[in-house]
Design a protein around this ligand. Structure first.
Ligand SMILES: [Zn+2]
Length: 273
């Protein structure tokens, strides 16, 4: 019985200690490079997080991260807006890095390039979880702002944004398509809306009437969700022209399919006759 009691007391003591972590640990792990000389801190790896008192002396911009989402149809200027923001952060003395999907090789492998030709060097990756390792742990610690272009292609977008913004104190600026050519959610872009500080939905100009365009119309009969192409395959359209365009594309697809069917079956028919 006494053994049981002492075990119970020990258990309660442990549970009490665990139930008051704020007395011993701050809510966020701070980046030591944000307020210390990197040279003197080169070999410093804090074994326990820093206290809340020291957090108060750290500039607020480094105590917690941010997530900003720029979305919209193709040709809405999402990459241009992302580049403008990243360049502005860089000009303000913040360390910046840009990531894009290695799936998108339309303009360049190592640069983010807008439809009108503006460029910025970037890391082309197949997933975001490999960024830290590729970029280098120490260099990552010093980063303030990370831009992610064509974010719909990254399956681990949600986890990366949580880790980088919540735990690593980074500002993440994400640009990507919210919907595919069928106006269905594309990749994980919509999943990070609940994580975001701000969400901006940009619009393009309808290629057919010049009104604001919210959607991307695929002009061909191709049905794969991921078909990376430009103005030869896609165009921005308003709601009315999206609906009209879908009808036309469906009709064209039916004609093409029936034509294919006829040419496939014709030799057999001929053989039977
Ligand atoms: Zn229109």
């Amino acid at each position: 019985m006494s053994l049981h009691l002492s075990l119970l007391s020990l258990f309660i003591l442990i549970m009490r200690a665990l139930s008051f972590p704020p007395l011993f640990f701050p809510p966020k792990i701070l980046n030591p490079f944000s307020f210390c000389n990197p040279k003197s801190m080169a070999s410093f790896k804090p074994s326990i997080p820093l206290t809340s008192d020291s957090a108060a002396s750290v500039p607020s911009s480094r105590t917690s991260g941010e997530v900003h989402v720029i979305m919209g149809p193709m040709f809405a200027g999402k990459t241009t807006a992302l580049l403008r923001r990243i360049k502005s952060e860089g000009n303000n003395g913040r360390n910046v890095a840009m990531i894009k999907s290695s799936k998108d090789t339309r303009y360049a492998i190592d640069s983010v390039v807008t439809h009108d030709g503006a460029k910025f060097p970037c890391w082309a990756l197949s997933d975001l979880s490999s960024f830290r390792q590729n970029f280098g742990g120490e260099a990552y610690e010093k980063l303030d702002v990370i831009g992610i272009d064509e974010a719909q292609f990254f399956e681990d977008l949600y986890d990366f944004c949580c880790m980088a913004a919540d735990h690593d104190g980074k500002t993440i600026i994400v640009a990507g398509l919210d919907g595919d050519y069928l106006r269905r959610s594309f990749g994980s872009v919509l999943e990070i809306i609940p994580l975001a500080d701000t969400v901006t939905k940009l619009t393009a100009r309808c290629e057919l009437c010049g009104k604001r365009a919210f959607f991307t119309l695929r002009k061909t009969e191709e049905t794969r969700t991921e078909l990376i192409a430009g103005a030869d395959v896609y165009m921005p359209v308003c709601r009315q022209h999206y609906v009209n365009g879908q009808v036309l594309v469906k009709a064209a697809r039916t004609v093409v399919e029936s034509h294919k069917f006829k040419s496939d079956t014709f030799p057999e028919v001929a053989a039977v006759v």
